[in-house]
Design a protein around this ligand. Structure first.
Ligand code: F6P
Length: 763
C-alpha cells in the first residue's frame, strides 16, 4: 500500500495543479466564445430591425419605436435595446436600458475587441453592441441615420461557467481515479515480477540460467548486474578467507567470530572423540582410530561447540554429568561432548547392520556385497531420530549450525530440519559416493536421498563423488538438478553439493612431534629388535577390508621375491586397529590378514628379521606418529577410500622432509598428492616395484617430493576444510536472511522446510 501511495499522491497533486490552472482558462474561453456569439447576434438583430426602425422614425412616433424595441427584447438573451440619432440626443430605448448607457457614452463600445464591450451593471454582466443603421432609401449615398444600442444579458455565462467547472471537477476526479487504478495495478504487477526475479536470483536460480530466454528482456541487464554482484560478494568472502593464510585455529575462530558472529556449532557423529574405558580399576581416556575424529577434534577445540556422539566407552556413563555431558579434552577442556546412549539392539541394527553391513560396502568398491535388512533399517531410522532429538535439546538457538558427519546419519538432516527449520545443516559424507546403478540396489534409496536433502550443504571429498551424488538424485528422485552451480532443488528446498577435501591438523600438535626423528627411528628399531640401519615401511589402518591390507602384504611379499637383497634388511610394520569386530566380514578379514602375515614370515623364515610385523591393536596418536617418523616409507593401499588421512598424517609427521609415500590410486588423496608413488593396489607387481623404488629413492628426490606434499598439506589443512564449510554456511545464512527480508513465502523460510509431505519411511 505504501508503495502504491508513492505513485498516487504525486499523481493527484499534478492532476489538481492541472485542474487549478485549467478552470480560469476555461472560464475566460467561455466568456470569449459567448461574447463573440452574442455580438454576431447583435449584428443580426440590428440588420433585421433597421428598416422597421427607419420607417417608424419617419413617422416621428417615439412611442411606437419603443414598443417595437420592447417586443424585440422579449427574447430571453436580449436585455435592452435603444436608438441614438446623434451623440447628444436622448436615446429612444426600452426601460431596461441601463442608465449609464447614454448616447454620448457609447464611444468605448464602438471600437476595440468585442471582449472589452462588457459592462458590469446591477443586473450582472452585460454585453453592449453598438451598430450604425443605414436608411436603405438613401443607401446610395451610404448615409447612416443613427446607432442602435443592443444590450445582451451575459449573466447566463456565469451559470454556464459554474456548470463547466462542475463537469471539469468530476472529469479530473474520474481521470485521477482511473489513472491511479491503472498505475497501482501495473506497479503491483511489475513489483511482483521484480521481487520474484530477485528471489530467484538469491535462490541461485538466476545464476543457474543466465541466458534464460523466458526471462523478461527488460530484466536481463538487472539480472546480469545482480549476478555479478552476488558472485563478487562470494568471491570476496572466499578470497577474504583465503587471505587468512596460514589456515589454523585462529583463522577458523576469526571466521566464527566474524562471518558467523560466534554462532552456535553442533557436531553430530557416531564415533566420539574421547572414550572413557575401564582398565582394571582405573578409568583411562582413549582416542579412537578415526579419520573423522582426527579431522574434527582440532576444529572443535577452536570453536568450542558441542559434539554429540554415541557414548561407546565402557566407562563413559561414569564420566558424564546429569545431562550426559562431559567437557573435553579432559586435561584442557575446550568443548562439550554430549553422549547419546544406544541399546545393544539399536547399536546392532543401526551401526553394525545398516551402516556397516549395508551402506559401507554399498559405497566402497571393495567387492563385498552389501546386506540390507528391514530390521536394521528400522533401527537406523530410530537412532537417527534419537540423535536429531539430542541436537534439538542441545541447541540454544533456533538456527544453529549443525555439522552432520557421515553415512551413519543420512536421515538426520531431514529430521533436524523438521524440528529446527532455520538451522544451517552441513552434512559431510566421509566415504565415497557410488554411481547411480550401484546405489540403486539399496531398498531405501529414495528415503536416504530425501533424508540427506534436508541439508543446506552436502559435502564430499572429491568432485567425482559430488558428480555421482547429483547423478543419483537425478536418476532416482523428482528433483531439479543444476549442474552449473551443483545444487539440487527438491520439495522447494535447495541443497548445495560441494567438494571439501578433508585434511589434517597443521602443524601437528607439538606432543606428536616432541620426539625427534632420530629418536623415533632408534626407539622403534630397538623396540622391534632391529638393527639401526634396518629399513622400515609402515601401514596404519583400521582392520577394514577396504584398506587393502592383504594386497599390501602381498606386495611386500612380491617385493622381497623380486628383490631378495632386501630380505632381512627390510620390514613392514602394519598397525591395524581392530574395528567393527561383531561383523563376520571383519572377523574373517582380520583372520586372513593375520594368516597372510604369518605365511609371509614363514616364507622368509631364514631372514634375520621378519618381513612383516603386524600390530593388530589400538594405538594412540603419539605412538602412531612415532612409527611415521621412524619409517622410510608409508604404504597406503586402500581399494577405495574417500580421502585417506593416513597419507596426509605421514606427510605432516615428516618435518625432516624424508620418507616416501606409496599411495593407492583409489584414494581421494591420490588426486591431491601426485608426488607420491601412485599405485594400483590390485597389481602386486606394480606395488612391489613401487616399494623397491621407495627404498632406493635418493635423499634429494625424497626431499623434493616431500616438500611439495608438505606445502600442499600445510595449505590445504583441516582448518581450511572446516573454514570453507563455515564460510559457505555463512553465505547460506546471509541469503536466507535476505529472503526473509523480502518476505519470502513461509514455506521457503530456512531454505529447507518441506512443503510436500516427506517420504513415508517403509517399515
Ligand atoms: O572412513 C569413514 C569413517 O567414518 C571415518 O570417517 C572414520 O575414520 C571411520 O570410518 C571410523 O569408523 P568406525 O567409527 O566405524 O570405527
Amino acid at each position: 500500500m505504501r508503495l502504491s501511495l508513492r505513485f498516487i499522491i504525486p499523481l493527484l497533486v499534478v492532476l489538481a495543479a492541472v485542474a487549478y490552472a485549467v478552470v480560469p482558462l476555461v472560464d475566460s474561453l467561455t466568456v470569449r466564445w459567448f461574447t463573440r456569439d452574442l455580438d454576431i447576434r447583435a449584428n443580426l438583430v440590428a440588420r433585421t430591425v433597421e428598416d422597421a426602425v427607419h420607417d417608424l422614425l419617419k413617422t416621428n412616433d417615439r412611442r411606437r419605436v419603443r414598443q417595437l424595441f420592447e417586443k424585440i427584447t422579449q427574447d430571453e438573451r436580449l436585455f435592452a435595446i435603444g436608438y441614438c440619432a446623434t451623440p447628444r440626443a436622448e436615446p429612444i430605448a426600452t426601460t431596461s436600458l441601463p442608465r449609464e448607457l447614454r448616447c454620448d457614452s457609447l464611444g468605448k463600445f464602438r471600437t476595440g475587441r468585442v471582449e472589452t464591450h462588457l459592462l458590469q451593471s446591477e443586473r450582472g454582466l452585460l454585453l453592449v453592441s453598438v451598430r450604425s443603421i443605414v436608411d436603405s432609401t438613401i443607401i446610395e449615398s451610404g448615409a447612416t441615420t443613427g446607432e442602435l444600442v443592443l444590450v445582451h444579458d451575459m449573466s447566463f455565462v456565469d451559470r454556464r461557467s459554474e456548470e463547466t467547472r462542475k463537469y471539469l471537477f468530476w472529469m479530473f476526479g474520474g481521470l485521477a481515479l482511473t489513472i491511479s487504478l491503472i498505475t497501482v495495478v501495473v506497479a503491483q504487477l511489475s513489483w511482483r515480477g521484480w521481487e520474484q526475479g530477485l528471489r530467484a536470483l538469491m535462490r541461485g536460480e538466476g545464476l543457474l540460467r543466465p541466458a534464460d530466454k523466458s526471462a523478461r528482456p527488460e530484466l536481463r541487464p538487472l539480472a546480469r548486474d545482480l549476478r555479478e554482484l552476488v558472485q563478487d560478494i562470494q568471491t570476496e568472502h572466499s578470497s577474504r578467507a583465503d587471505d587468512l593464510v596460514p589456515w589454523g585455529p585462529e583463522a577458523l575462530r576469526a571466521i566464527l567470530d566474524g562471518e558467523l558472529r560466534g554462532q552456535e556449532v553442533i557436531v553430530v557423529s557416531n564415533r566420539e572423540p574421547y572414550l572413557h574405558m575401564f582398565s582394571g580399576n582405573e578409568i583411562v581416556v582413549r582416542q579412537p582410530a578415526s579419520g573423522l575424529v582426527t579431522a574434527l577434534e582440532p576444529i572443535m577445540r577452536a570453536c568450542s561447540g558441542t559434539w554429540i556422539a554415541h557414548g561407546s566407552g565402557t566407562a563413559d556413563r561414569d564420566m558424564v554429568d546429569k545431562n550426559d555431558r562431559v567437557a573435553v579434552p579432559v586435561d584442557n577442556p575446550a568443548y562439550q561432548l554430549r553422549r547419546v546412549w544406544l541399546t545393544a539392539q539399536e547399536e546392532s541394527g543401526y551401526y553394525y547392520g545398516f551402516a556397516n553391513e549395508g551402506l559401507w560396502p554399498l559405497c566402497h568398491n571393495a567387492h563385498v556385497r552389501p546386506t540390507f535388512r528391514a530390521t536394521d533399517w528400522e533401527q537406523y531410522v530410530a537412532v537417527n531420530r534419537k540423535f536429531a532429538d539430542a541436537v534439538v535439546r542441545e541447541a540454544t538457538s533456533d538456527d544453529p549450525i549443525v555439522l552432520v558427519q557421515d553415512y551413519h546419519f543420512a536421515m538426520l538432516p531431514r529430521f533436524v530440519r523438521e524440528l529446527l527449520p532455520n538451522a544451517t545443516i552441513i552434512t559431510f559424507w566421509h566415504i565415497p559416493w557410488p554411481n547411480p546403478e550401484s546405489f540403486s540396489i539399496c531398498p531405501w534409496r529414495e528415503e536416504l536421498l530425501d533424508g540427506m536433502l534436508g541439508s543446506s550443504i552436502l559435502g564430499f571429498h572429491t568432485q567425482f563423488h559430488c558428480n555421482n551424488f547429483v547423478d543419483t538424485v537425478d536418476r532416482l528422485l523428482e528433483a531439479r538438478v543444476d549442474r552449473e552451480s551443483f545444487s539440487v532443488s527438491y520439495q522447494s528446498q535447495q541443497t548445495e553439493v560441494k567438494r571439501y577435501p578433508i585434511s589434517v591438523d597443521w602443524p601437528p600438535a607439538p606432543a606428536l612431534l616432541a620426539k625427534s626423528v632420530d629418536e623415533c627411528r632408534r626407539d622403534v628399531r630397538h623396540h622391534h629388535h632391529l638393527p639401526e640401519d634396518h629399513v622400515i615401511g609402515v601401514g596404519v589402518d583400521r582392520l577394514d577390508y577396504t584398506k587393502g591390507i592383504e594386497e599390501r602384504l602381498r606386495a611386500v611379499q612380491r617385493f622381497l621375491e623380486l628383490h631378495p637383497e632386501w630380505v632381512g634388511r627390510f620390514s613392514f610394520i602394519q598397525i591395524a586397529a581392530p574395528t567393527r569386530s561383531s561383523i563376520e566380514h571383519y572377523q574373517a578379514y582380520e583372520a586372513r590378514v593375520r594368516a597372510l602375515a604369518m605365511r609371509i614370515n614363514t616364507q622368509f623364515a631364514e631372514a634375520a628379521h621378519p618381513p612383516v610385523i603386524l600390530h593388530a591393536e589400538h594405538h594412540e596418536p603419539r605412538e602412531v606418529y612415532e612409527y611415521y617418523r621412524a619409517a622410510e616409507l608409508c604404504f597406503v593401499s586402500s581399494l577405495h577410500d574417500g580421502m585417506n588421512l593416513v597419507a596426509k598424517e605421514f606427510i605432516a609427521a615428516r618435518d625432516d622432509e624424508r620418507g616416501v609415500l606409496v599411495l593407492s590410486q583409489f584414494t581421494g588423496a591420490a588426486r591431491e598428492l601426485p608426488e607420491a608413488i601412485i599405485v594400483n593396489p590390485y597389481d602386486a607387481e606394480e606395488c612391489a616395484e613401487a616399494l623397491f623404488e621407495a627404498v632406493s629413492m635418493p635423499a634429494r628426490e625424497q626431499r623434493t617430493r616431500m616438500r611439495l606434499m608438505r606445502s600442499l598439506v600445510r595449505e590445504f589443512n583441516v582448518y581450511r576444510w572446516a573454514g570453507r564449510m563455515m564460510l559457505d554456511a555463512g553465505n547460506v545464512r546471509r541469503r536466507s536472511r535476505l529472503l526473509k527480508r523480502f518476505k519470502f513465502p513461509e514455506r521457503m523460510k530456512g531454505r529447507a522446510t518441506p512443503v510436500k509431505p516427506p517420504l513415508v519411511i517403509r517399515r
